[in-house]
Design a protein around this ligand. Structure first.
Ligand code: F6P
Length: 361
């Protein structure tokens, strides 16, 4: 009997998901002659039994395309699933038994789950009930312990670096302080990497609570040297010493809190204390859209290849991972339990400090 595997993409999308799907389909079909079933909109598609056959034609021309041809959802946790009632109201139900039964009906020889920590945690639950899960770590946040880099991160860094380059020229023309707020949730990887690459004068990350006086001193020092503009790259999860996260929407049973507003919160503190002209740019979902950069296309292809081989070897409960430049496997636990955050004593942070970047603390 021909083997059959499934694939789904879960959580927030990111550039490179299609490149993973393409690699999985090409390798599974081309090398092993397996059938590949695509599951639409993450675990929503498992619950509603929305499956599509994926063949060589379905993955044509998608290597460079952002988003995911399968769709995704970050509200499809089977344990806390928002079910629409006939009267239009929404109720949160545990639909994991239905999802498991639907997965069993598919009779898969392996399921590739492409996701971040939330999606991997859900997959781990099904693994415990016999599903043959392997994973591919993706998220622009790069916050999974399992791997040095996740698919999507490097593209987000490119987008932010480009934005910082652009902000430099207009900041200089108008003698302004330009604040650029970037994503990353509770990890400062995007802010740190892009801030360095884009020559930010100040980088504020969730791992280091900032002292506003230190930040303002940077602007004063630069002004004294006739550098009458400054660039600040602030992570959405950054907060002042003794202060709180800037939150747009609190968490509920079906989804995590939505962060946002750290840039404006910082601008308000600067305006309160100084006469500098400040503008805030929030890059938002632009960081998650558009074509993946070359690094992400390559990483996605190598991860997709590895995921298929993990199924071939029967190494379920593992995710593809990058370690020291090599693709290896890592237990799914490492993609779930602990967030990988920027280490304030890492060379990344030390290099920033040594080259004159203020980190606020
Ligand atoms: O986890 C990826 C991410 O883009 C975070 O950086 C951001 O905080 C969040 O998702 C935004 O989520 P949503 O797409 O639900 O607005």
């Amino acid at each position: 009997m021909r083997k059959r595997i499934g694939i789904l993409t879960g959580g927030g999308d990111c550039p490179g998901l299609n490149a993973v799907i393409r690699a999985v389909v090409r390798h599974a079909r081309g090398t092993y002659g397996w059938d590949v079933i695509g599951i639409e909109d993450s675990f929503e598609g498992v619950y509603e039994e929305r499956f599509v056959d994926l063949n060589m034609k379905s993955v044509r021309d998608i290597l460079a395309r952002g988003g995911t041809i399968l769709g995704s959802s970050n509200r499809a946790n089977p344990k806390a699933y928002p079910v629409r009632l006939p009267d239009g109201r929404e109720e949160v139900h545990d639909v994991s038994d239905v999802c498991l039964a639907n997965l069993n009906k598919l009779d898969l020889d392996g399921l590739v789950v492409v996701g971040g920590d939330g999606t991997m945690a859900i997959a781990q639950g099904f693994l415990g009930k016999g599903a043959k899960v392997v994973g591919v770590p993706k998220t622009i946040d790069n916050d999974l312990e399992a791997t040095e880099y996740t698919v999507g991160f490097q593209t987000a860094v490119e987008v932010v670096t480009d934005a910082l380059d652009r902000l430099h020229t207009t900041a200089e023309s108008h003698d302004r302080i330009m604040i650029c707020e970037v994503m990353g949730r509770y990890a400062g990887w995007i802010a740190m990497s892009a801030g360095l690459a884009g020559g930010a004068d100040v980088i504020l990350i969730p791992e280091i609570d900032y002292d506003i006086d230190r930040v303002i001193k940077v602007f004063d020092r630069r002004h004294a040297r006739k550098r009458t503009f400054s660039i600040v790259c602030v992570a959405e999860g950054a907060k002042p010493k003794g202060g709180d996260y800037a939150v747009l929407q609190g968490e509920d049973a079906t989804q995590q809190a939505r962060l946002g507003g750290a840039g404006e919160a910082l601008a308000a503190q600067i305006r309160e204390r100084t006469n500098y002209e400040v503008r805030v740019t929030v890059l938002g979902h632009i960081q998650r859209g558009g074509p993946p950069c070359a690094f992400d296309r390559e990483l996605a292809t190598r991860f997709g290849f590895k995921a298929v081989d993990l199924i071939h070897e029967g190494k379920f409960g593992h995710v593809a991972a990058l370690r020291g430049g090599k693709i290896v496997s890592s237990p799914i636990d490492k993609a779930v339990k602990k967030l990988k955050r920027v280490d304030p004593s890492s060379d990344l942070v030390l290099a920033a400090k040594a080259t004159g970047v203020e980190l606020g603390g």
